[in-house]
Write a protein that binds this ligand. Structure first.
Ligand SMILES: *Cc1c(COP(=O)(O)O)cnc(C)c1O
Length: 421
């Protein structure tokens, strides 16, 4: 079965041939390949072509694909039954593992996707504060819940949708949107509204990679505290990826609520929302804020998450950051040598690439980058067996399985591609 034949079958039975829009390559053109298997830093498609993978399931596969200890943990868990409708020890252990690593999280609820975690965070924030309005930032993505699908970055930006069809004006009327890194904008919004919550990606990773400018997150923390608003860090990408305690540890800021996904599930469907016990206890069955899930805390997913977290310590993150710096520094040199204006951004273990003459600090500036040139770069690299994100609004992910030799090889190919841009 070739990739083309599979795509034809997929297009006949799955809208756009994919189960999540960015996979369709609409932002860069061309047709996606179909993954047959993956090992470490590599994907192998159904035609046997190998790719070095810098998508890594949007960062979930931090140890590399098919990590032996995760595979073993999932196989062992599966043999004992896959879903029960009753609690298990692994749920308790994963909750403890999260709380141990992230001090702001005293209690945590496990769910199955980042979207669900964001939805729960908004609901519990509204339930705890008795307020309705929420503040978010343009270009930050918090999953596809209606109320947050406003100026939502990556997938939505990629497809050029203003928000989304099917979202009612009522669903977003309580959502206020301000540009990322815009302190006066936040100030003005707070003067006008009493917010239940401010939601922010502490390192924005869904409009390309845009780090917070110094003072921005501190301002959000102080202003939220002063106004009785809950500060929610969306650490679905940054959690357990930029350090043991996530972005909040790196920046030394304590949010009221945090959401996690991707890495925390070890590549299985698992996400989490957590925070101070006094807030989390508003959730049912203790409190009046309802939330539930048939597959929440699923035995396979908790086994995978535990196996992933157990293998990650500060040494792992230091190593990942060194590798990321190697990729970033190398790409900067490559484009400098080719006299191509580029902003290769890095925040800890994350990196991004904007073909822009000026630094990118918010969504409007990210949109101003040359996305056609990104598409040419993407395809040039893909032809040579390197899979970067199929959209200029995404982040690149190095895994612990990416060796220095793999990164050097990537940079040699990037140098060849740069001459064609
Ligand atoms: C991926 C992502 C989400 C949504 O998670 P899903 O599991 O895809 O629903 C939310 N927030 C951020 C920052 C993300 O990157």
């Amino acid at each position: 079965m070739t990739d083309d034949a599979l795509l034809a079958r997929a297009n006949a039975r799955i809208p756009g041939g994919v189960n999540s829009p960015v996979r369709a390559f609409n932002a860069v053109g061309g047709a996606p390949f179909f993954v047959a298997l993956a090992r470490g830093a590599e994907l192998i498609d159904t035609e046997g072509k190998h790719y070095v993978d810098y998508v890594q399931s949007w960062g979930a596969s931090i140890l590399g694909h098919a990590d032996p200890l995760i595979v073993e943990a999932v196989q062992r868990a599966a043999a004992d039954g896959t879903s029960f409708g009753a609690p298990t020890a692994h749920e308790v252990e994963l909750a403890e593992a999260i709380c141990d690593r992230v001090p702001s999280v005293e209690k945590v609820r496990l769910v199955s996707s980042g979207t669900e975690a964001a939805m729960t965070a908004v609901r519990v924030a509204r339930g705890a504060t008795g307020r309705t309005k929420i503040l978010k930032f343009a270009g930050c993505y918090h999953g596809h819940l209606d109320s947050l699908l406003v100026a939502a970055g990556s997938g939505v930006a990629t497809l050029g949708l203003p928000g989304s069809a099917g979202v009612t004006p009522g669903a977003v009327e309580d959502t206020v949107v301000v540009p990322y890194n815009d302190i006066p904008g936040v100030d003005a919004a707070f003067l006008e509204h009493d917010f239940a919550a401010v939601l922010v990606e502490p390192i924005a990773a869904n409009m390309g990679l845009v780090p917070p400018t110094p003072g921005f997150l501190d301002y959000l923390r102080n202003r939220s505290t002063g106004m009785g608003t809950l500060l929610v860090f969306d650490e679905v990408i940054t959690g357990f990826r930029v350090g043991v305690g996530g972005a909040q540890e790196r920046f030394g800021i304590t949010p009221d609520l945090s959401i996690f996904g991707k890495v925390v599930g070890g590549g299985l469907p698992l996400a989490a929302v957590g925070g101070a016990a006094s807030i989390m206890d508003h959730l049912a069955p203790l409190g009046p804020v309802y939330q539930a899930g048939t597959l929440s805390g699923n035995p396979l997913a908790t086994a995978a998450g535990l196996a992933a977290l157990a293998q990650l310590d500060q040494t792992s993150y230091d190593e990942l950051e060194r590798k990321t710096a190697m990729l970033v520094g190398g790409l900067r040199n490559v484009f400098h040598d080719s006299k191509i204006s580029v902003q290769v951004t890095q925040a800890a273990t994350l990196s991004g690439l904007f073909f822009s003459t000026t630094p990118v600090t918010n969504y409007a500036e990210a949109q101003g980058a040359d996305h056609d040139r990104y598409a040419r770069f993407f395809h040039g690299m893909l032809d040579r067996g390197i899979y970067f994100a199929p959209s200029g609004y995404e982040t690149s992910f190095v895994s612990l399985a990416h060796t220095d030799a793999i990164i050097e090889h990537t940079l040699e190919l990037a140098a060849a591609v740069a001459t064609t841009l």
